[in-house]
Design a protein around this ligand. Structure first.
Ligand SMILES: C[S@@+](CC[C@H](N)C(=O)[O-])C[C@H]1O[C@@H](n2cnc3c(N)ncnc32)[C@H](O)[C@@H]1O
Length: 307
């Protein structure tokens, strides 16, 4: 029998965001691999399928092994049982196709070698952000980049459009390291200061892995960002610092009356969303550890992985 590969996402909120199709795939696979960030999901996956094997060991933390090598080893590990004719399921936290190199690479390689391979979507950190911060990427749009790529490729950014930067905790780090490098964060801040004012309020966001625990929404002035508590799961949200105005000529071309547009369409999301809507997170009281009293009673999270 020909081997197959299905890559699935486990979502961000532990266990409850595992889709039915992902769960079925994990349950029926002959071999399962996983890379997740919370112990509940790990325990659930291992209970579902006794063949489940964690991919984390490939990082070889503390050895200076580049992340890219770890990913290549993960891809090899995933493909081995596929080549041996097994039905393989590989699970990654969040959406498996969002900022996850080994998931895409193993699918491409499996297909190139003639095996059936597909990906099932999951809930990503950005999906969580739309819900927790309360903004809609529809209009005026959304700019979203990986922090190291943002620094290296210097894309044109538009101060009228919200900007999301992923993996700021590992900006410029090609090997797994326990803490961010402050000088790299400062370099990122300096780059952003070319577009935004120093007192521009940005949000350090961390979605909660537990559905009864509030997310971290830590607001800081841009020029103080490098001193904040930032970890491998932090995502940065920058609201626009300028208002987007619809172009009158284009509106006329389209036959659109500006007065008929919604407030968001007319003015862009020039605000900290949670703040604008008065959302507070009463459970969240410890910005430093990001843990609430309730969360403190839960099992310790696993060391976060970045893939
Ligand atoms: C390797 S990527 C994995 C993303 C994941 N596949 C997803 O769909 O969200 C890791 C980055 O995702 C973001 N991320 C992961 N978990 C997060 C969380 N709980 N809250 C906010 N951002 C998170 C952070 O920017 C982190 O550095």
């Amino acid at each position: 029998m020909n081997g197959t590969l299905t890559v699935v996402g486990t979502g961000i909120t532990a266990v409850s965001q595992l889709t039915r199709e992902a769960e079925y795939c994990l349950y029926t696979a002959e071999k399962v691999f996983y890379l997740v960030t919370d112990p509940h999901t790990e325990a659930f996956v291992r209970r579902l399928n006794h063949s489940a094997e964690c991919l984390k060991a490939h990082y070889e933390h503390g050895t200076g092994k580049p992340r890219l090598w770890a990913y290549q080893d993960m891809v090899e590990a995933i493909l081995r049982p596929v080549r041996a004719g097994q039905r393989v399921c590989a699970a990654f936290y969040g959406h498996p196709g969002v900022f996850v190199y080994p998931s895409h690479e193993s699918i491409v390689r499996a297909r190139t070698e003639g095996y059936e391979a597909k990906m099932l979507p999951g809930v990503s950190a950005e999906d969580m952000m739309f819900a927790d911060l309360g903004f809609d990427p529809a209009l005026p749009g959304l700019q979203t980049y990986e922090a190291t790529g943002f620094m290296l490729f210097k894309p044109m950014i538009d101060a009228r459009i919200p900007l999301v930067l992923w993996q700021i905790g590992v900006v410029g780090l090609l090997t797994p390291e326990p803490t961010p490098r402050r000088e790299n964060l400062q370099a990122l801040v300096d780059t952003l200061l070319q577009t935004y004012p120093p007192d521009h309020e940005v949000v350090l966001y961390q979605a909660s892995a537990y559905d009864n625990v509030a997310p971290v929404l830590h607001v800081a002035a841009l020029d103080r960002l490098a001193e904040q508590d930032i970890n491998a799961l932090s995502t940065l949200y920058l609201p626009p610092c300028r208002t987007a105005e619809p172009d009158a000529a284009s509106a006329a071309l389209l036959g659109v009356r500006v007065a008929d547009l919604s407030i968001t369409q007319r003015s862009g999301a020039a605000r900290i969303p949670g703040k604008a809507y008065g959302i507070t997170h009463p459970e969240r009281h410890d910005w430093v550890t990001g843990r609430t009293a309730h969360e403190a009673s839960l099992p310790a999270p696993l060391t976060p992985h970045t893939a």
